[in-house]
Design a protein around this ligand. Structure first.
Ligand code: FES
Ligand code: FE2
Length: 384
């Protein structure tokens, strides 16, 4: 089914649910053992598998518009340097010097011709090649060609930069990996958006708790009672399984107006917030007129970082535009903040023994879909 047909289908399914009083239900509930959040071995396994073998969104193409632009990413446990070289190619490297291991580029972003290690000044090109070492006679016949920065698989797709944070040899078929989401992501023109704000929040909760806050909307009218609740239909949404990813379409309250006039595919975007989950930790959250891209990454057993970019269709130049986007930014900060506060409260209760399992309800399809895909990956049944 193409994207337009899919979107028309989503609208009509929601309108049907509104009339019948139904909502999307998975066939069964699912139990998730609390040890999945508390067991250090499980977390290590998740890091080694989910955060080393699959692509993670690290930036937006706009951060690498020109040759020489670079940015760094420091949250996966593998320091990453991403560059655009003179040929226009995007490269990603382990940001670690091949001499004695210092972090080579310490700035968050910038423009450069070469990268010079702060420790002894070894210099690398935008393509990662070792260009020069001071007083090289002290290194015998050291082969420059085999002492370039270690490359990581990197892909520029749908205006986003995706990196697999491990230099392992297996290649990634990124087209096949993103194929289930390709038509929809392609239709958003993310590459022509600009970053209005970009931020990272370090929070005190296991990464899965933070992730789960974005995988169901059953919580909207309790956790977001005074904020998001009124904008959306209560506990009404469509989940499309695009294994190992999913599309979660949450209807805006005014969608019921379409019941009488009849819907066309053009009615989709103005009437939905879409939370697209790309395994293992990437979200492209599509609002009516802008987009949030976020990732959630473990930084410890009980800590994680939430990294978010707010993307707007064109730069905010006028005062009116600035005010408008700032208001949107403030609302989303508040709503995300409500999720994280509850997430941290879950973390505080994890070790009490009150629960041995968490119950993923039939409404909470996203939790079930992601859990299934993660179990598959951890058991070696899912790769990319
Ligand atoms: S560690 Fe980088 S030049 Fe020595
Ligand atoms: Fe929420």
């Amino acid at each position: 089914m193409n994207n337009s047909d899919e979107e028309l289908n989503i609208i009509n399914t929601v309108l049907g649910f509104c009339e019948s009083g139904d909502t999307h239900l998975e066939p069964e509930t699912m139990l998730n053992p609390v040890t999945h959040y508390t067991d250090p071995d499980r977390l290590n396994q998740e890091i080694e598998t989910l955060f080393r073998k699959f692509p993670i969104i690290v930036g937006h193409a706009g951060q690498l518009k020109d040759a020489g632009q670079f940015f760094t990413h420091n949250d996966t446990g593998i320091p990453i340097l991403v560059t655009r070289d003179k040929t226009g190619k995007v490269n990603a490297f382990v940001n670690v010097c091949r001499h004695r291991g210092a972090i080579v580029e310490t700035e968050a972003c910038g423009k450069a011709n070469t990268f010079s290690c702060p420790y002894h000044g070894w210099t690398y090109g935008l393509d990662g090649n070792l260009r020069g070492l001071r007083q090289s006679e002290g290194f015998g016949r050291l082969e420059k060609a085999s002492h370039g920065l270690v490359e990581l698989p990197v892909f520029e797709r749908f205006g986003l930069i995706w990196v697999r944070p491990s230099p392992a040899e297996e290649t990634i078929d990124i087209e096949a990996w993103l194929a289930p989401m390709a038509e929809q992501l392609g239709s958003l023109n993310i590459e022509s958006h600009t970053i209005y704000r970009e931020w990272s929040l370090h929070r005190n909760m296991h990464w899965r708790i933070a992730l789960e806050g974005f995988q169901e909307n059953y919580h909207f009218c309790s956790a977001h009672q005074h904020t998001a609740c009124s904008s959306y239909l209560d506990n009404q949404s469509i989940f499309l399984n695009k294994y190992p990813h999913f599309r979660h379409a949450v209807p805006i309250s005014k969608i019921s107006d379409l019941a009488e006039k009849g819907a066309t595919p053009e009615d989709y975007r103005p009437n939905f917030m879409t939370q697209n989950y790309m395994f293992p930790c990437n979200f492209v959250q599509v609002m009516v007129d802008h987009v949030y891209v976020h990732t959630i990454i473990p930084t410890g057993q009980n800590t994680c970082v939430f990294k978010c970019m707010m993307l707007i269709p064109e730069p905010a130049v006028s005062e009116k535009a600035k005010k408008y986007w700032e208001a949107n930014y403030n609302v989303v900060q508040k709503v995300f903040g409500e999720d994280f506060e509850i997430g941290e409260s879950i973390q505080r209760g994890l070790s009490t023994g009150a629960n041995t399992n968490f119950t993923f309800g039939r409404y909470e399809a996203g939790l079930q879909l992601a859990q299934t895909a993660m179990d598959d990956a951890l058991e070696g049944k899912l790769s990319c």
